[in-house]
Design a protein around this ligand. Structure first.
Ligand SMILES: Cc1cc2nc3c(=O)[nH]c(=O)nc-3n(C[C@H](O)[C@H](O)[C@H](O)COP(=O)(O)OP(=O)(O)OC[C@H]3O[C@@H](n4cnc5c(N)ncnc54)[C@H](O)[C@@H]3O)c2cc1C
Length: 372
């Protein structure tokens, strides 16, 4: 058998951050010819059908000490830290910065803070905590923010440069792919059935035939985008009641402020009253959002923040009851049986868990081939 024949054909469904990272990891490993099939691609205009372009995004793990999730997040952080290396090819996708997390409630002080593994981690001295909003506890460390449209396109171009292929397709049912592979979506009549499929269809996994995972639901997040290149630090404020306000500056000088987390809210456009609320909370948490020339001469107001508002938007985080689905199921069709790996349901942490979950998906795939 020639080496070309030994190469396994893998179809990855979905081109969000999860599909792109998983496809790239596999393609660069060697021994695989990976094709991504996706309805929406990262260079398309923003749509609620593609969450990855709406994310802030930063890496602030929500693992809260849960060992598997922490391992996933740590692996991803290490990769981001390497990619954001000064002078590196992906440097411009990231901003390395000083991050402060504030809370209205003191955490259990007998346990180390769950973020204590982050670089240069320290507790904020109680007498240095801001007076407003009501802050009881704070931690500070180094992390990265990600310019998500730039980063997703970086992943796609690296995947293509490694020999990967991409086909735009809306897949109605995975049976279409099991039998025909990517070629049948391009008008070709000759099928190219794959050796395996990896499902990275985010919220679409609720509707994709053969998967139809009713545990998937949207966790809607609304944001405002500001032009405020003077902001070079990240800041979050979380309350026990579930209110959550964040400031995420990007390398470009744009700053994403949020946020909201509304389960099962499918509304696909920004609500004006929510935008007002986000601006109010963000300004209270970070008065530095007002332009420096204003702050130098007078007390800033929320109108000063509105003067640098570029746009409002919202995305539907692909949440899932029970968390991320990572498993492999064999599907049979006619005389063929192939492994279908699932890697979806990342909710509000798709970027910060992308490399770790891609590694697990690859392990699942290779385990299935070994058992075959
Ligand atoms: C406001 C906001 C802020 C966020 N902030 C952060 C943050 O700071 N850090 C972080 O880690 N995460 C953050 N997230 C979460 C993050 O954006 C998501 O977890 C992540 O984008 C999910 O990626 P995905 O690839 O699973 O899904 P998506 O990006 O939605 O991609 C899904 C892909 O599947 C394709 N698809 C679906 N169904 C089909 C079908 N039937 N046929 C063909 N193609 C199909 C789509 O076209 C698309 O290509 C945030 C999200 C929002 C909304």
């Amino acid at each position: 058998m020639s080496s070309a024949e030994q190469v396994k054909k893998i179809n990855v469904l979905g081109a969000g951050v999860i599909g792109l990272t998983t496809a790239l990891k596999l393609q660069e490993k060697g021994g695989y010819a990976v094709t991504i099939l996706a309805e929406v691609l990262p260079s398309d205009p923003k749509t609620v059908k593609y969450t990855s372009l709406w994310a802030g995004a930063h890496h602030v793990s929500h693992a809260d000490g849960e060992p598997t999730q922490e391992k996933i997040d740590r692996e991803t952080f290490e990769e981001f830290w390497k990619l954001s290396e000064p002078g590196g090819a992906a440097e411009k996708c990231f901003l390395r910065l000083d991050q402060t997390e504030y809370y209205d409630t003191i955490r259990d002080d007998k346990k180390p803070d769950p973020l204590s593994w982050m670089p240069e981690f320290k507790y904020v001295e109680p007498d240095l905590l801001p007076k407003a909003p009501k802050i009881a506890y704070g931690v500070n460390f180094k992390t990265v923010t990600i310019d998500t449209p730039v980063y997703c396109n970086y992943l796609l171009s690296r995947f293509l440069a490694a020999g990967g292929q991409i086909v735009r397709a809306h897949v109605w049912d995975i049976k279409q792919v099991i039998e025909g592979g990517p070629s049948i979506f391009t008008g070709a009549s000759t099928p190219q059935p794959p050796d395996a499929i990896i499902v990275c269809t985010g919220l679409g996994s609720r509707f994709l035939g053969g998967i139809e995972d009713k545990k998937c639901f949207p966790m809607r997040g609304q944001i405002c985008m500001l032009r405020a290149p003077w902001i070079r630090f990240g800041r979050t404020y979380s309350t026990k009641a579930g209110l959550w306000t964040y400031i995420i500056p990007r390398r470009s000088g744009d700053v994403v402020i949020g946020g909201t987390k509304l389960d099962d809210d499918w509304y696909p456009a920004a609500r004006p009253e929510t935008a007002e609320d986000i601006l109010k909370r963000a300004f209270e948490l970070c008065p530095e959002l007002a332009p420096p020339e204003v702050r130098a001469t007078r007390e800033p107001t929320i109108e000063d923040v509105k003067s640098v508002l570029i746009s409002n938007g919202c995305g539907l985080r692909p949440a899932r009851e029970g968390g991320i689905r990572l498993d492999v199921v064999w599907h049979e069709l006619k005389d063929r049986k192939i492994p279908v790996v699932s890697n979806y349901g990342h909710g509000g942490m798709g970027f910060q868990s992308s490399w770790g979950t891609a590694s697990i998906a690859v392990e699942l795939l290779e385990g299935a081939f070994r058992e075959a």
